[in-house]
Write a protein of this length. Structure first.
Length: 399
């Protein structure tokens, strides 16, 4: 078959697989009724606007509240359809962005890798579509913000990253990442747009005094959500690391101290692993392609934020599409080292089987948590395997 025919076939597989995920996500009744999250967040946003009080479990920042209110103004039916369409566009934009970072449309591996990643994390993708939530939208914004920053389009990069943080705080560390990469003008623009979203927009919509008061209430809720034991009171399908430990170990008075000490130890270890990975990558020189480095860094940062969050829910796991896509790309690349390819394929297969086999509830939450942890720990190791090979090849070619 000619190369163009192979690319067309791979594109058809990608499009067909994506449509399958979307169709199942939108029309599968499952454990979650369609548009439930959209309706809930709109109702809570109206409560903020009308009563000037934040419901205790509600941690959406004011710019997201304003956005939900404006989106819901024409009516819930229209806004649900509109936001579903936005999620579809964001999903397509996310796939296109990952393909652009890995290669181009002429590379069948770059086309197939996102599809395989979606197969692994299909549970999370379907959940976000059913709930009509913001995770695919914020993730697409964050990824394209970094792509624009890498291309030195720093104004649009700052706008996209600030908008992604306004929708979901998971993206906040990516603002710091701009400084880590030396994209200082992008950092300044992100800060400027952040002031527009988090300060100017609430002042215009609510007025100065109410905007100040509501910002304080929102920060109170965020701080309260970080406290030990808050997850027990959270009304949601919980999949956080803290909830998994409480479910399997128990959190009675006698064991609570030891459990939370272990939790903090794991969380500290994840943070140190992430910081060490980023620092060593910048210190030793990078043999990776520029796009692969950006995809890996963004994927590990966002996956770590979800793993650290006590409020993690199934649809938050769409962030794992980034590291999973890179692992799939490695597994499909015949030019990589054999150990790297086998390891990448084994991690993806293990995570997919665990998520599919685990029953709903605590076991599914455990599979989710272990899957995220596998992404975070394995990607740097797999990259190190292939980087060593690349380094030797580069040295040999230069000698």
């Amino acid at each position: 078959m000619a190369r163009s025919g192979v690319n067309l076939a791979c594109g058809a597989v990608l499009a067909g697989g994506s449509l399958l995920f979307v169709a199942q996500g939108l029309f599968d009744d499952g454990a979650l009724r369609a548009v439930q999250d959209h309706v809930i967040t709109y109702s809570l946003s109206r409560q903020v606007a009308e009563s000037h009080e934040y419901f205790r479990d509600f941690t959406y920042p004011l710019p997201a509240v304003i956005f939900k209110l404006l989106l819901g103004w024409p009516g819930m039916a229209f806004s649900s359809v509109l936001w579903s369409l936005c999620s579809l566009i964001a999903f397509a934009a996310l796939i296109v962005g990952m393909i652009e970072l890995l290669g181009d449309l002429a590379d069948e591996r770059a086309l197939l890798a996102p599809t395989l990643a979606c197969l692994v994390w299909v549970w999370c993708v379907q959940w976000d579509f059913r709930a009509v939530n913001v995770n695919l939208v914020f993730l697409a914004m964050a990824l394209w913000g970094l792509i624009r920053a890498q291309g030195q389009h720093l104004v649009s990069a700052g706008a996209l990253l600030a908008a992604s943080v306004a929708l979901k705080l998971y993206a906040a560390p990516l603002i710091v990442y701009l400084a880590f990469r030396g994209w200082w003008r992008g950092l300044i623009w992100a800060g400027a747009f952040g002031c527009v979203f988090f300060a100017l927009a609430p002042i215009v919509y609510f007025g100065p005094s109410d905007a100040w008061m509501l910002t304080g209430l929102w920060l109170r809720n965020v701080v309260a959500a970080m406290q030990p034991g808050f997850v027990v009171e959270l009304i949601a399908y919980k999949v956080s690391l803290e909830w998994v430990l409480l479910s399997f170990v128990g959190g009675g008075d006698e064991g609570a101290g030891g459990l939370y000490a272990a939790l903090r130890g794991v969380q500290l270890g994840v943070v140190l692993w992430l910081v060490g990975y980023l620092w060593l990558g910048s210190r030793r020189g990078d043999c990776r392609q520029v796009g692969e480095r950006l995809l890996a860094d963004a994927g590990l940062v966002l996956s770590s934020m979800v793993l650290l969050s006590p409020l993690a829910e199934p649809h938050h796991g769409v962030v794992a599409l980034l590291p999973a896509t890179l692992l799939a790309h490695v597994a499909l690349d015949a030019g990589r080292g054999q150990r790297a390819r086998i390891s990448a394929a084994a991690v993806l297969a293990g995570v997919a089987l665990a998520l599919q086999a685990a029953p709903s509830g605590a076991w599914k939450a455990a599979a989710f948590t272990l899957g995220l942890l596998a992404m975070i720990l394995s990607l740097p190791i797999v990259e190190r395997m292939q980087t060593g090979v690349s380094s030797r090849l580069i040295a040999a070619s230069n000698s």
